[in-house]
Design a protein around this ligand. Structure first.
Ligand SMILES: [Cu+2]
Length: 160
């Protein structure tokens, strides 16, 4: 599979980022983070639901493997539905999803592209790998577009 063969090169790139990161925070990049002291993040649970920032779509995180999200490659399943005036409508099939993990404190992302696979249940998509390669707070933006409807949401997790 294409993504698998690409991975060694991308991981090498990731290690390059890792070196760059250490320079600005002064700490070791592998330093564990105590997420119990971090506030303002999402706490994973099955069916963790959030409206999109434009209120046009509703996002529900159906599952996470591993759960809660952890360092390395994660596999997430989301159900996306239409939303109008705060009321959730029907599941959104056939959407194009753009998934972007980002570490705001270091201003970097992940070198591994998140692949999106529609699943059999209506409006449901598998996202993997969501590669959160470093301990700390990660914001993963999920933009979904279908026709003239487009909205995005940010899931923010602390990774030990
Ligand atoms: Cu970082």
């Amino acid at each position: 599979m294409r993504t698998k063969t690409m991975r060694p090169a991308l991981l090498a790139l990731g290690l390059g980022f890792l070196g760059a990161c250490g320079a600005d925070d002064g700490g070791g990049d592998d330093e564990p983070v105590d997420c119990s002291t971090v506030t303002g993040t999402d706490v994973f649970h099955v069916d963790l639901e959030k409206p999109g920032t434009s209120g046009m779509l509703d996002y529900t995180m159906k599952s996470a493997t591993p759960a809660p999200p952890a360092r390395g490659d994660n596999s997430w399943v989301f159900q996306i539905s239409t939303m109008s005036s705060g009321v959730v409508g029907t599941p959104l099939d056939g959407a194009t999803l753009q998934v972007t993990p980002f570490m705001p404190s270091h201003q970097h992302g992940s070198p591994i592209k998140v692949e999106v696979t529609p699943m059999s249940e209506p409006g449901t998509y598998k996202l993997e790998p969501v590669n959160l390669w470093m301990p700390g707070v990660w914001e993963t933006t999920i933009r979904a577009t279908s026709g003239t409807t487009s909205d995005s949401v940010v899931y923010k997790f602390c990774i030990e």
